[in-house]
Write a protein that binds this ligand. Structure first.
Ligand SMILES: Cc1cc2nc3c(=O)[nH]c(=O)nc-3n(C[C@H](O)[C@H](O)[C@H](O)COP(=O)(O)OP(=O)(O)OC[C@H]3O[C@@H](n4cnc5c(N)ncnc54)[C@H](O)[C@@H]3O)c2cc1C
Length: 479
């Protein structure tokens, strides 16, 4: 058994930025499931939102609330926007380099549903990778990689640490403060843009332990993804492409998005996703993203990774258009927290970043607000950790003894992915949701391994929340 002051589960933007705000006088351990870069932060392309100046704060707040379809927590949105310039300044002061023009001015771009150019980027379209690399370089604390958290240690409503599986061996890692920064749920869906390590395990543990999850029906789908590659993670074509002039068209070059929304390519991503889904079903046509407005040299400089990745897959960008489909992208719902990342039912337990539900996104996330959320709420949680003295935990804590993987789990896992894609994705029906729940319930009573069980518990929570919300709002569309 190992004893720490703070354990952080997850080494994405939220986990690493929280770690940066904890002094080395505290014994801190960061745990992550795979290699450190296998997280959604690493793959983030478009950029990070900031209010451009004080005058832009109310506008950013209003854009966020409008995207959230009236379901945002107004206080959380206000915190996000008011603290945005501060966390960006903090990154820059620590030495992080956002893209700038030749005169040294920060370059701001625009994405769907933003009424202002207020998105900063780095390395062109490699914002997440640059930030992740930078935060890893600055991290002052030890890290345990390839370690999967398979249980939370909680005794008398106090967090006591985590149980990890490290290369086949189980270890209790004790700490009076546990910060969950384990990201979303991508691997529950057949088509998704997420890192393979992101499978909603901790949300499943929360279901087991009666820790409140909220807004779990609010799952966001990205409209422009190339799903033709063979790996489970599909190739995202960033929102910033549409922001800067890429066009969605059918096989004949017709820009059908304007038939669905006057903003066309710049409509919020749920509207664009549904329009593509609907149009391709009704007209039996492949939908494409076309880059014909882009100058070759500018495209390569501004979107170097998309250029390289798609060229490697055989596309001559920006000359050639790419067939696209929507795919699962972002979990809006998650572990309910207050504005300091605290999980109020368990002392010493915090959740930050994509795994958390602060209410900041409401029923739909405004593009590029999530990296910002990771920074703002990680810093607030770290401050809270330093302000609160954890109580001693009892020596004996109940932990799971379930086998992690059983024969037959892989086929059930694949079945789950298909069910989630077919019945719990862009367009849902009550019958489809009920069927999904029945199948998930049936798998849960079979002899299955713990890792599959946790995925199923998280998936069932998404389905239950979707069933409970009878009308369409934001990303939840029920036909
Ligand atoms: C392709 C792509 C592009 C995106 N582009 C943008 C963008 O341009 N702008 C924007 O704002 N947002 C973007 N997003 C969303 C954004 O990247 C994520 O919401 C954000 O990075 C999440 O950060 P996080 O720290 O909460 O989680 P992550 O970065 O996903 O990190 C999660 C960590 O938890 C660990 N973990 C998970 N489960 C366990 C477990 N059981 N045990 C131990 N460790 C575990 C993982 O190993 C990982 O280290 C994008 C997402 C994707 C997938």
């Amino acid at each position: 058994m190992m004893q720490y002051d703070v354990v952080i589960v997850g080494a994405g933007i939220a986990g690493l930025y929280a770690a940066l705000h904890l002094p080395t006088s505290k014994k801190v351990l960061i745990i992550n499931k795979a290699q450190p870069w296998e997280c959604n932060t690493f793959y983030a392309q478009g950029g990070i939102t900031t209010a451009r100046n004080d005058a832009d704060i109310p506008v950013h707040i209003s854009d966020t609330m409008n995207a959230g379809a009236g379901m945002c927590n107004a206080e959380a949105v206000s915190v996000l926007s008011h603290q945005s310039q501060d966390v960006i300044d903090d990154l820059i002061t620590r030495g992080f380099e956002f893209d700038r023009d030749d005169a040294g001015h920060l370059l701001y771009t625009k994405e769907a549903a933003h009424s202002e150019n207020r998105i900063l980027h780095a390395g062109g379209d490699a914002t997440g990778r640059h930030i992740h690399h930078f935060l890893l370089g600055k991290n002052p604390h030890p890290m345990l990689s390839e370690a999967t958290v398979i249980d939370l240690l909680i005794e008398e409503e106090q967090a006591c640490g985590v149980l990890v599986d490290y290369k086949g061996t189980r270890r209790q890692i004790r700490a009076g403060h546990v910060i969950i920064a384990s990201g979303g749920v991508g691997s529950l869906y057949e088509f998704h843009t997420n890192a393979y390590s992101i499978s909603g395990d901790i949300q499943g543990i929360c279901v087991e332990k009666n820790i409140k999850l909220e807004m779990m029906e609010m799952m966001q789908f990205h409209p422009t993804v190339y799903v033709g590659n063979t790996s489970v993670q599909k190739q995202l074509l960033s929102e910033a492409l549409r922001g800067e002039g890429a066009i969605v068209e059918d096989e004949n070059g017709y820009r059908f998005l304007f038939d669905y929304d006057e903003h066309g390519e710049l409509a919020p991503r749920d509207i664009v996703s549904r329009a593509i889904f609907d149009y391709s079903q009704k007209h039996h046509q492949q939908v494409y993203l076309s880059f014909k407005k882009f100058d070759n040299e500018y495209f390569q400089k501004r979107f170097p990774n998309i250029y390289l990745n798609l060229n490697a897959l055989g596309f001559n960008l920006p000359r050639q258009r790419v067939p696209i489909s929507p795919a699962f992208h972002y979990a809006i719902g998650g572990i309910k927290t207050n504005l300091d990342g605290e999980v109020e039912s368990v002392k010493g337990l915090y959740a930050i970043g994509e795994v958390a539900s602060t209410g900041v996104h409401g029923a739909n996330r405004l593009a590029s607000n999530s990296l910002l959320e990771g920074l703002v709420f990680a810093r607030r949680a770290a401050k809270k950790v330093l302000a609160f003295k954890a109580t001693e935990c009892p020596q004996i804590v109940q932990v799971t003894e379930e086998v992690l993987i059983r024969e037959g789990d892989k086929a059930k896992k694949d079945r789950l992915r298909r069910i989630m894609w077919d019945k719990v994705s862009i367009v849902r029906t009550h019958d489809g949701l009920r069927e999904a729940k029945e199948e998930i319930d049936a798998m849960l009573v079979k002899k299955i391994g713990r890792l599959l069980k946790l995925r199923l518990l998280t998936a069932r929570e998404i389905v239950k929340s979707a069933l409970a919300r009878k009308t369409s709002i934001g990303v939840h569309y029920i036909s």
